[in-house]
Design a protein around this ligand. Structure first.
Ligand code: HSE
Length: 435
C-alpha cells in the first residue's frame, strides 16, 4: 500500500519554482483533496548552480533524465522544460514506462500532437496538459468535457498574454512597440525567446491544441496562418482608437460551409466587443456553441503562478487516478484516436473580411486617386478614408482606408501592386476588422 505519491519534475524555471512553492504552501489542502500526500522527490534541471529563490535542500536534483525516468518509484512526471526535442523524448520515455505525465508544453503538443496523444492513450497513466493553453483558465477541460455534448461552432481567443499586455500598454500609454515589449519582459511574461510571443507562434501553438479539441479532427500547426503584433505601431493604435476600435491579437476558429477557418493575427475589434475589455496579460476565449450559445472564459493566461495553478490541477487529477487505480483509457482529445483524422484548414485566400489599411506616402496630388484605382481594379470598395494629422505637400503623411468586405487574395494582390509605387514611403499596414 502506497503512503505517498512520488513526483519527478523536469525543469525548475519560473513555472517549476512556482509549482514547488504552491505545493508547499497548499500542502494540507492538496493532500486533503487527494487523500494522500504528494512528494516531489527528484528534479532534473540543466543548471544545478542556478539560484531559484526557494529552499531545495532535501531534493534529489540532477541533470541526467535517467534520474527520474529510470526510477520505478516515480509515479508522475511533470515536464516543464518547454521546447520540442528533449521534451518529446522525456515524455515518450515516461509514457513507455507507464508513468503519468503532466505537461504545460504547448509547442510540443501543437507540433507533435500526432505522436504524443496516441502515445499517451497507449500508456497506463494519466496525461494532463491543462496549463498548455490559458494557464490557469480550465480551457482544456472545458473544451474536452464541458462541451462534450454540444457542438462548438466558433471561437475567438486572446491566447498570448505577452501580446495582449504589449497592445494594452501601447493603447493606454501611447508608447511604441519596443518600449512595451521591454515592460512585458521585465514582468516575466514573455517566453525565453519573445519571438514566439510577438510573431504569433505561441498563440498558433495554443490555437492548434484548441482546434484538436473543438472540432474532433487533427490539425496541422504548420498549415495555420499566423501573424504577430511586431509591426503594429503607435500610429495604428492611435488612429484605430479614434475610429472606435481596439487592436487585439486573436486566434480565430470557425466552422463554415467550406470547412474549418483557423488563423492567428491582429484584429480591429469595436471597443464595445467583449474581448476589447480583456486587457493586460489576461487571456480570454469567447465561444459559440449550438446549444449553449455564447460563453466567455477569462483569466490569467501567463505568468508563473497561474501556470503553476493549472499544472497543480492536473497533478492532483493524476494522483487521484493513481489512488483509484484507474487506467484512464479515454482519448486525450475529444474523439477516439481511430477517428481523430487529419482535418484541413480553409485557405486564407478565401477569407472575406473588412480591412484597415494604412499607407505612409509622400503627399502629392493624385496619390489617393492612384491607391483607390488599384483597390477598385481588385473589386475592393472603400468604406471610409481619413488622412489623420497635419500634412504638407511633399512631406510624408499617413492615409487610412477602411474597406467594405473584400476577399483576402484580392487585398493581398492590390497591396502588392501599390507597394512599388514611387510615392510609398514605407511598407503598407493591413489589419483585419473583426467582431
Ligand atoms: N508567453 C506566454 C504568454 C506564456 O505570453 O501567453 C503562457 O503560455
Amino acid at each position: 500500500m502506497k503512503s505517498y505519491i512520488n513526483v519527478g519534475m523536469f525543469g525548475m524555471g519560473h513555472v517549476g519554482t512556482a509549482l514547488f512553492r504552491l505545493l508547499k504552501e497548499n500542502r494540507s489542502l492538496i493532500d486533503n483533496r487527494i487523500g494522500m500526500p504528494i512528494r516531489i522527490s527528484k528534479v532534473v534541471v540543466s543548471d544545478l548552480s542556478k539560484n531559484r529563490g526557494v529552499d531545495v535542500s532535501g531534493l534529489n536534483m540532477g541533470t541526467d533524465p535517467d534520474l527520474i525516468l529510470e526510477d520505478p518509484e516515480i509515479d508522475v512526471v511533470v515536464e516543464l522544460i518547454g521546447g520540442v526535442t528533449l521534451a518529446e523524448s522525456i515524455i515518450r520515455r515516461a509514457l513507455d514506462k507507464g508513468k503519468s505525465v503532466v505537461t504545460a508544453n504547448k509547442a510540443l503538443l501543437a507540433e507533435k500532437g500526432a505522436v504524443i496523444f496516441p502515445a499517451a492513450y497507449r500508456n497506463q497513466g494519466y496525461f494532463g496538459f491543462e496549463a498548455s493553453v490559458g494557464a490557469a483558465i480550465p480551457i482544456i477541460r472545458t473544451f474536452r468535457e464541458g462541451y462534450a455534448g454540444d457542438e462548438i461552432l466558433a471561437f475567438s481567443a486572446i491566447l498570448n498574454g505577452t501580446s495582449n499586455y504589449i497592445l494594452t500598454h501601447m493603447t493606454e500609454n501611447g508608447t511604441e512597440f519596443d518600449e512595451a515589449l521591454g515592460q512585458a519582459r521585465e514582468k516575466g511574461l514573455a517566453e525565453a525567446d519573445p519571438t514566439l510571443d510577438i510573431e504569433g507562434i505561441d498563440a498558433a501553438h495554443k490555437l492548434t491544441i484548441l482546434l484538436n479539441l473543438a472540432f474532433g479532427g487533427r490539425f496541422d500547426f504548420s498549415s495555420l496562418y499566423m501573424e504577430g503584433i511586431s509591426k503594429i505601431t503607435a500610429a495604428d493604435i492611435s488612429f484605430t482608437k479614434q475610429l472606435g476600435y481596439r487592436i487585439k491579437h486573436l486566434g480565430i476558429a470557425r466552422k463554415s460551409e467550406y470547412g474549418v477557418e483557423a488563423r492567428v493575427h491582429p484584429v480591429l475589434l469595436p471597443q464595445q466587443h467583449i474581448l476589447s475589455s480583456v486587457n493586460g496579460s489576461f487571456n480570454a476565449v469567447s465561444l459559440t456553441c449550438k446549444y449553449s450559445g455564447s460563453s466567455l472564459l477569462y483569466g490569467h493566461g501567463a505568468g508563473p503562478d497561474p501556470s503553476a495553478s493549472g499544472v497543480a490541477a492536473d497533478l492532483i487529477e493524476a494522483c487521484r487516478s493513481i489512488i483509484a487505480k484507474q487506467q484512464p483509457r479515454t482519448s486525450p482529445v475529444n474523439v477516439p484516436l481511430k477517428s481523430w483524422l487529419p482535418m484541413e484548414i480553409v485557405s486564407m485566400d478565401e477569407l472575406q473580411s473588412e480591412y484597415y489599411l494604412r499607407f505612409k506616402v509622400m503627399d502629392h496630388p493624385g496619390v489617393l486617386a492612384s491607391i483607390s484605382k488599384i483597390l477598385a481594379d481588385h473589386s475592393i470598395s472603400i468604406r471610409s478614408a481619413i488622412q489623420p494629422g497635419t500634412s504638407a505637400e511633399g512631406k510624408m503623411v499617413d492615409i487610412v482606408l477602411m474597406t467594405h468586405q473584400a476577399l483576402e487574395s484580392q487585398i493581398q494582390s492590390a497591396l502588392q501592386a501599390i507597394q512599388p509605387l514611387d510615392f510609398m514611403a514605407a511598407e503598407s499596414q493591413l489589419i483585419r476588422i473583426g467582431g
